[in-house]
Design a protein around this ligand. Structure first.
Ligand code: ATP
Ligand code: MG
Length: 357
């Protein structure tokens, strides 16, 4: 009865507010506006003037400043490992990006209803932090969905059917490995090993092997251009950094095989974790996955050769989803286009929080 009343009230209120979906990621934040699609896609970086406390830039403008700011400006990544590490800055970033999305929406009396994704297995405290930050940024109502579920919906897996699907979301801060069936997550694992960790691996490898210090932006660039987890034709690139011994700038040529070695340990952990999830998956679902394959989303899905390496390790077909970087935001969008249909996948209020997995 209470639920019906609430649904009725919601129906009336929804006339006065917009609906948006947000993929609040460690590396990138995307905003989907109902009826419009993805209208904002920016790196999750905020530049703050330490003297005045004011936000100087958000998104790509702020990312360009990473590692290049004068003393009084700080370029901050407010999310680390998939969770909010700087609450106030996250809130400011969300408010700014929601305002930007507002340019694509009709003016409404009330704040928007927002669907936001969180990594699988986050704690209640972390869910509450996302909910509060989104509310403080101006949302009227916040619905939380686990990111692998949003990703599965985004790439149109049949999540409501009695058919098992497996999805791996490799983002900046976290990798979510999930098996889904009948609208629920049947098995999942969340690792803090994803794109950012690979950048750090590359920085340490180059420091140890070449005695050169490079920044995160350079490491990320090298990962995307030269990184490949299986050997094919040799690729090389020149990088510049600071010589650790002389303190002066120096150039070195590095190859795909260097980067492969740098990333090997983290990639192994990722493969192992995927195997472990499969090993505990019920046999009926396993047979569905054997038939239908494993789906990769998130920016890490684009690591060259990862699909082939995973397919060899798991002995299953593996496919990289189309446009893997936007899958979660597209899923959030599909959910808000039909909230009733997807209500069961939402963590609506504090009492609905999933018991820790
Ligand atoms: N072509 C590519 N090759 C390798 N890595 C890539 C490529 N393109 C993007 N990435 C990596 O993908 C990561 C960003 O992916 P994504 O936007 O899915 O993360 P996120 O959703 O912000 O993070 P999370 O889900 O962990 O909070 C970055 O680490 C980036 O370096
Ligand atoms: Mg993500």
């Amino acid at each position: 009865m209470k639920k019906r009343l609430k649904a009725h009230k919601e129906k009336i209120l929804s006339r006065f507010s917009n609906e948006i979906g947000i993929d609040l990621g460690t590396a990138n934040t995307l905003v989907y506006v109902r009826g419009k699609g993805i209208v904002v896609n920016e790196p999750s970086v905020v530049a703050v003037n330490q003297k005045t406390g004011q936000v100087v830039a958000v998104g790509s403008a702020a990312k360009e400043m990473l590692g290049r700011t004068p003393a009084h400006i700080n370029a901050i990544r407010p999310l680390v490992d998939g969770v909010i590490s700087d609450f106030e800055v996250t809130e400011e970033m969300l408010a700014y990006l929601m305002r930007r999305a507002g340019e694509y929406m009709p003016k409404k009396f009330l704040g928007p209803r927002v669907v936001v994704g969180v990594p699988s297995g986050v704690t209640n405290v972390e869910v509450r932090a996302v909910r509060d930050a989104t509310k403080n940024a101006g949302a009227r109502e916040v619905y939380i969905v686990e990111q692998p579920m949003a990703g599965a919906i985004g790439i149109r897996l049949p999540i409501h059917e009695p058919v098992g699907s497996m999805i791996i979301d490799i983002g900046g801060g976290t990798t979510d490995i999930a098996v889904i069936s009948l609208g629920g997550i049947v098995r999942s694992k969340n690792l803090k090993i994803a794109g950012d960790k690979l950048n750090i691996d590359i920085i340490s490898y180059i420091r140890n092997e070449f005695k050169i210090l490079i920044g995160e932006t350079t490491a990320e660039h090298v990962k995307k251009s030269v990184g490949a987890v299986i050997a094919s034709e040799p690729i090389e690139t020149t990088i510049r950094g600071r010589d650790l011994i002389t303190g002066l700038p120096r150039e070195v040529v590095i190859t795909d095989s260097d980067i492969r070695e740098a990333m090997a340990q983290s990639i192994d952990i990722l493969l192992e974790a995927s195997k472990e999830v499969l090993e505990t998956t019920p046999p009926e679902i396993l047979s569905d996955i054997m038939k239908r394959g494993v789906h990769l989303v998130g920016g890490g899905a684009l690591i060259k050769g990862l699909d082939i390496l995973l397919a060899e390790t798991l002995k299953l077909p593996v496919t990289v989803a189309e446009d893997p970087l936007t899958a979660i935001a597209r899923g959030a969008g599909i959910i808000l286009e039909d909230l009733e249909k997807y209500r069961s996948v939402l963590i609506e209020s504090e009492d609905d929080l999933p018991s820790s997995k």
